[in-house]
Design a protein around this ligand. Sequence first.
Ligand code: UDP
Ligand code: MG
Length: 311
Amino acid sequence: MGKTLSVVVSCYNEEMALEQFYEETAGILKKLPWSYELIFINDGSQDGTMRVLDLLAGRDEHVKVISFSRNFGHEAAMIAGLDYSSGDGIVCMDADLQHPPEYLSQILEKFEAGYDVINMVRTKNESAGWFKNLASSAFYHLINLLSDVKFEPNASDFFAVSGRAAKVLKESYREKVRFLRGYVQSIGFNRTTIEYEAGTRVAGESKYSIKKLITLSLNTIMCFSNLPLKLGIYAGAGAGLLGVLMMIYTIWSWARVGTPNGYATTIVLICFMFAVLFLIVGVIGNYIAILFAELKDRPIYIVGETKNFKE
Ligand code: UDP
Ligand code: MG
């Protein structure tokens, strides 16, 4: 039996882009030596995304659809796609054609060559704007500094994993607060990268707000590093040192001038100490929130309906 490629595409309000995405991607997939399935996840879209997906699934049996009961986010959608996929290789990509389907043949070659994890690395991303690009590079520097897992800078949600790598992701990485890209980088196996140029969105607008990105970044840092949790130790040491310096200064100025200006010093110290204290309480609070989410063990996603899946 020939091999199968699963292409996982998460869609949130993508009715404008989907037809074109399907035409281009299916056109390329048809020419590849592997058979394929095209899995679309409707992540609780409010527009006509489901209508378009219904049409596509009716027209082409390669098209399979998972529809969530509400919006669970891009990460949950990719996980659902992995869960439902049955291919020997699985590719995750965006629905807006920013991840060019032309690269699918190169990805297939890498699978044939025995690679398990193929990271697609952006060489440039003009449409994101300087702020997003700067923030993204700062984020990768920070996380690489703090975490044992080495993250590929400019890695994107465009990546491919072999069947056995996908099995690991499906079975062992069911965290509620998560960063799929990080797991992909940390599972090992034979890894390789392909560089690509991110295109511009074909239609509609970006679904990732700055707020969503900040939340994702903070959670990722905390999921992949325990260093912030140890901030208290450093802050305690720093504050202790500061206290000693202040004491020396006070004694010194008392010896020289007679009466030191205690009031200003006290206010400065109190503000500084409380700032440090609250910061650390906040950091610990965030870790507890993550623990709480894991403890509650709520589903990562809820499926409302599926189309064209066998069983
Ligand atoms: N997406 C999703 N659920 C969401 C937000 C986004 O499934 O809650 C999908 C979206 O439809 C697209 C992909 O994630 O296929 C990437 O989103 P987008 O293109 O808006 O992000 P950007 O490329 O601007 O970072
Ligand atoms: Mg996009």
